[in-house]
Design a protein around this ligand. Structure first.
Ligand code: CU
Length: 673
């Protein structure tokens, strides 16, 4: 009963608060209300044995690992010989059989099971349930749901939105595997899609993304010299889909079809670093890299920005560091704050020696971390909860939990941003579809602004006049204005930028820059442009902050995820971009001709994140055992060059920066005069 109560409460609250019912087309609101609130999963159903169970894990790729737990009259978990070696999150069952989601094995924190894609009108869809492990008080009983209608279903964790499981409910009457006629994606593009043909470009891109994400053998492994082939594998099985006119499209061999459609195999060339160096270091969380001495994945990798060589990897085997996701540093740039996203801890280690200073339990799914410029306190978002935790510098003590909504809500904040004067914080509330503006001088919520579905990351202007929120499931960016920045602030929505306006989801035609499933979107320190990483389209988007228009997109890698700005030697900035399912980091020069306009943004180079690119001084606290250089997520260039932080740097760092880098806001003012 707990699941249901929680589900209905959270759905109802989110709809009321965000105005989703009013904003969404009637059909989608109807679908949400009709299925999620009123179609109760009965206890009779829950009591019967599921054909397959997806267990939440911390393991790269197989985050929802399939096991056969009943007798399916179809295939059940698709064996590796068919699914592709490494693919463990795919099942085929017969109509009216059940599946389950469980979190009783190794998961250390809260995950969720949410229906993302399902046959239009399918019974029991959509749903959104919490999977709390017994170690955190979970009941231990799985969530069971009956899949009655043939077609393709994709489920995910909406805290870690690349934990995927796919189930095909196969109609025994056809000789192929049935993807169904159309699928609902209530919120994958702005406005939602309620009847996407299964033989459409968007459906194929999503199928492609699933097989790349969930199978580590399908990740992009760049070589250190020469070229390598990227050849993702798909099940070589016959499938039946339907085009936009409702006509059946029979594909005799999915593997051959996908290779033809996406032009695979592709050639990956050895990364070539930028010709102009950066300043200092660039840290990147290689969150999926596995090492000796611990059971959990993830390292933090440091790159020397002078020569773009890997100088350190920090795995912290002594604390079994679990999925390190995002980092920040202190005023002196001496320590690294490190969140453990699949756990409940935040950690601080010495930036120079890599040695652990402290490991602190803060709460479920710590996602992002930033400091406040006025007091150097540390702020960590609890992605599985409702608050941002404030800690003393170096994590010396936990000061308080800052609530982002009412006590009955679960806002699930992911990547917050702090204002350059240290007085405000903005959060993307993934579960309530809005953004909280918090005012520190009064210690209160100044306002909440509705965004799109699953807002995941924020980035703020250097003068705090407005901020950007990436809406993951809508493929849009909300631009939110802040009034009265220095007094009692309040926020209002300026506009939503549709990142897929230049894309036809049926034909796949692309007529301009695009971004699908956006994640991080920081604003440049001089306030000229916001650079976004987009995981579905594998593109880097450039938004001009003058016009708030999408002006360019550049190619990225599979699972394009993190962006941060660092100083370019001699002036200007680099945007460093990480990708989860690639072993390299891309370096973007957002404004090569220094005219303040980023429509000519270009890729300056890329950096291999494995020890094949190590400097002679390379050090590590553990040997890499698998997925070398993979999992790029949080990025942290040292020194911090954002307005507010750059002024607090020690002299030894300041002297490495140019005048415009030291005074980003002044420079901004001059340029716009
Ligand atoms: Cu999760």
């Amino acid at each position: 009963m707990q699941y249901q109560t929680k589900l209905y409460a959270s759905v109802a609250i989110s709809l009321i608060l965000t105005g989703t019912i009013l904003a969404a087309p009637t059909s989608i609101a109807g679908a949400i209300l009709g299925s999620s609130i009123f179609n109760v999963f009965s206890f009779a159903e829950a009591a019967t044995i599921p054909a397959v169970t997806f267990q939440a894990t911390d393991n790269p790729g197989s985050w929802f690992e399939c096991s056969n737990t009943g007798k399916s009259s179809s295939i059940g978990c698709v064996p590796q010989s068919v699914a592709g070696t490494g693919e463990k999150s795919l099942a085929v069952i017969a109509p009216n059989e059940k599946i389950a989601f469980s979190s009783t094995a190794q998961a250390a924190t809260l995950h969720t099971a949410v229906s993302l894609i399902y046959p239009t009108g399918a019974k029991n869809m959509p749903f959104d349930v919490d999977l709390l492990p017994p170690s955190l008080g979970g009941s231990g009983s799985p969530f069971v749901v009956s899949l009655n209608d043939p077609g393709i279903y994709v489920f995910f964790c909406d805290i870690h939105p690349y934990m995927f499981a796919t189930v095909i409910v196969d109609d025994p009457k056809t000789k192929e595997l049935d993807l169904g006629k159309t699928v609902s994606l209530p919120s994958v593009t702005a406005g939602g899609i309620n009847a996407l043909p299964t033989a459409s470009d968007l459906a194929l891109r999503l199928v492609h993304a699933f097989f790349v994400i969930t199978n580590p053998n399908n990740w992009q492994n760049y070589p250190s010299t020469g070229t390598a082939s990227w050849n993702p594998s798909y099940p070589p099985v016959p499938v039946l889909a339907y085009d936009a006119n409702g006509n059946p499209v029979s594909v005799p061999d999915l593997n051959a079809f996908m290779h033809g459609y996406f032009g695979e195999p592709k050639t990956l060339s050895a990364p070539t670093p930028p010709s102009t160096p950066g300043v200092g270091q660039v840290w990147v969380d290689t969150q999926l890299e596995e090492t000796a001495g611990k059971t959990k994945p993830g390292t933090a990798t440091a790159v020397d920005a002078n020569n773009f060589k890997v100088v350190r990897k920090v795995a912290l085997p002594s604390i079994n560091m679990n999925n390190p996701h995002n980092m920040w540093t202190d005023r002196d740039q001496k320590v690294i704050y490190q969140t453990q996203w699949f756990d409940n801890r935040v950690t601080v280690f010495d930036r120079t020696s890599g040695e652990l200073i402290k490991d602190v339990v803060v709460g479920p799914d710590p996602a992002h971390v930033m400091t406040r410029v006025n007091n150097d306190k540390v702020h960590v978002s609890l992605n599985g909860e409702n608050s941002v935790v404030e800690l003393e510098p170096r994590l010396a003590a936990i000061d308080r939990n800052i609530p982002l909504g009412s006590p009955t809500e679960s806002t699930h904040p992911h990547a917050h941003w702090m204002s350059s004067n240290g007085q405000m914080m903005v959060t993307p509330n993934a579960d309530t579809g809005d953004s909280t503006l918090y005012n520190f001088p009064t210690d209160s919520i100044a306002s909440r602004t509705a965004t799109g579905h699953l807002p995941i990351a924020t980035g703020m202007m250097p003068d705090s006049s407005k901020y950007y929120v990436a809406n993951f499931l809508d493929s849009s960016v909300s631009v939110i204005g802040i009034d009265n920045v220095s007094g009692t602030p309040s926020a209002h929505l300026i506009k939503n930028i549709n990142l897929l306006a230049n894309y036809d989801p049926i034909s796949g035609a692309v007529t301009g820059p695009i971004g699908g499933l956006p994640i991080q979107t920081p604003v440049s320190p001089n306030g000229k442009y916001a650079i976004g990483a987009n995981t579905l389209t594998a593109t880097i988007t450039v938004v001009d902050t003058n016009t708030d228009k999408l002006v360019a997109s550049l190619p990225c890698d599979a699972g394009c995820h993190g962006v941060q700005f660092g100083a370019k030697q001699g002036g200007g900035y680099y945007a460093y971009v990480s990708s989860k399912f690639s072993n390299r980091m891309i370096v973007v020069d957002p404004d090569p001709n220094h005219d303040g306009n980023a429509s000519d943004a270009a890729i300056a180079g890329s950096i291999l994140l494995t020890t094949a690119n190590a400097s002679p001084q390379f050090k590590s606290d553990a040997a890499i055992t698998a997925y070398a250089g993979m999992g790029g997520q949080g990025i942290l260039p040292i020194p911090l060059v954002y307005n507010g932080w750059v002024q607090n740097l020690p002299e030894s760092w300041k002297e490495k920066l140019s005048n415009d880098q030291l005074n980003p806001l002044e420079n901004n003012k001059n340029n716009s005069d």
